[in-house]
Ligand binder design. Structure first.
Ligand code: CP3
Length: 343
């Protein structure tokens, strides 16, 4: 029995209800620009997507933070915008400007075969799986359809989401064609990641906080539920985490209606409330990335506050959003030390 529990990956045990005093951890955007070894490797390719689509390099970038800090999970190095790219939309990442997508007609999106066009990603998953220590889990991921569609419709990052919200309310049938294409491609894309060796999946819904309740129901919950159900039908045991950033009071509804196994909590989420409102669902989060950037006493105190609030509950320590690129790597190391010291 003891041997069996020791051979389990701590990250996966949490989905079975384990709640050790020292919780498993990983960080959103743990691979990336705050690491000098990432910046060095990034220079060797012309574009960010070249990095995502070169399995040898993407696998190396995935492994970099785990090697340095010993997180309990690696997250596949890729991006949520590889899906629009695979659907036939032109996606570019411009230095300092973020992603740029060229406009496309909904009828020109090509969901059939989209997942096949992402085969380098599955090769990355295979390579990482083979290289990871036995106790480390590998998380595959995709963006949720609403969040991916914001970039597809707005043409990049947005401040007010005016275009997409107008399309969603004024021409829902046209918007539904886009969402449908993303749903279909994402189901196959996640399925293929699991086939290649991902132990768990995370669905990033970064922009769930900008919708009214009925619109949230229609464009966040309904498509996510379809993806979860379809992936589950193919892989009944795969743990799926939903991260509906900014969902606020709609979190319990999201948890219950989408059927995810775990919930990512953003920094603004009150922990005692989230815990009480979502039953036995695994929770993950929610350290403020700015506190990780700051380091020192406030970082130590916040780690304790969050772990204390989650004591006895299935929990994965993480940030409330991604690592900020100016973060000193030593602060990330400190998170690991501090968590391991908790008894
Ligand atoms: O370490 C990891 O978390 C794995 C890799 C990963 C990336 N992006 C790498 C990346 C993951 C899981 C993502 C998810 C992602 N991508 C989201 C959801 C989570 C979130 O942050 O809200 C979103 C909205 C995107 C879209 C995206 N990708 C934007 C808006 C940008 C530009 C902004 C920026 O930070 O530069 C990216 C680029 C991107 N994705 C980088 C990395 C490491 C930086 C690109 C570079 O190195 O030049």
């Amino acid at each position: 029995m003891l041997l069996k529990s020791m051979s389990e990956k701590p990250f996966l045990s949490a989905f079975k209800g384990a709640a050790p005093a020292s919780p498993p951890w990983w960080l959103m955007r743990q691979a990336g620009r705050y690491l000098p070894e990432y910046r060095a490797l990034r220079k060797s390719v012309p574009g960010f997507l070249d990095l995502c689509f070169t399995p040898e390099l993407a696998a190396e970038v995935t492994l970099q933070p785990v090697r340095r800090f010993g997180m309990d999970a690696a997250i596949l190095f890729s991006d949520i915008l590889v899906v629009p790219h695979a659907l036939g939309q032109e996606v570019r990442f411009l230095e300092g400007e973020g992603p740029k997508l060229t406009p496309i007609e909904p009828r020109d999106l090509q969901p059939a075969g989209a997942a096949d066009r992402l085969s380098p990603v599955y090769e990355t998953v295979k390579r990482v799986r083979a290289a990871l220590p036995a106790e480390t889990a590998l998380i595959g991921f995709a963006g949720a359809p609403w969040t991916v569609a914001t970039y597809m419709v707005e043409g990049g990052s947005s401040r007010d989401f005016a275009k997409i919200k107008q399309l969603a309310v004024a021409d829902p049938d046209r918007f539904a064609q886009i969402v449908e294409a993303v749903v279909l491609a994402t189901i196959d894309y996640l399925d293929r990641q699991v086939q290649a060796g991902a132990d768990a999946l995370q669905i990033f819904e970064t922009w769930s906080g900008v919708l009214s309740e009925p619109q949230f129901e229609k464009w966040v919950i309904a498509p996510t539920r379809r993806i979860v159900a379809a992936v589950r039908a193919r892989h009944p045991a795969i743990p799926i985490i939903g991260f509906p950033k900014g969902a606020g009071a709609l979190l319990p509804r999201y948890a219950q209606a989408t059927g995810v196994d775990g919930l990512g909590l953003d920094t603004s989420m009150p922990l005692a409330w989230a815990r009480a409102a979502t039953g036995s669902t695994l929770l993950q989060g929610n350290l403020d990335p700015v506190v990780l950037l700051a380091g020192g006493r406030i970082l130590d105190d916040e780690i304790d506050r969050i772990c204390d609030a989650m004591a006895g509950h299935p929990f994965v320590f993480n940030l409330g959003h991604g690592v900020i690129k100016e973060t000193p790597p030593e602060h990330v190391a400190r998170v690991g030390e501090k968590l391991r010291a908790r008894k």
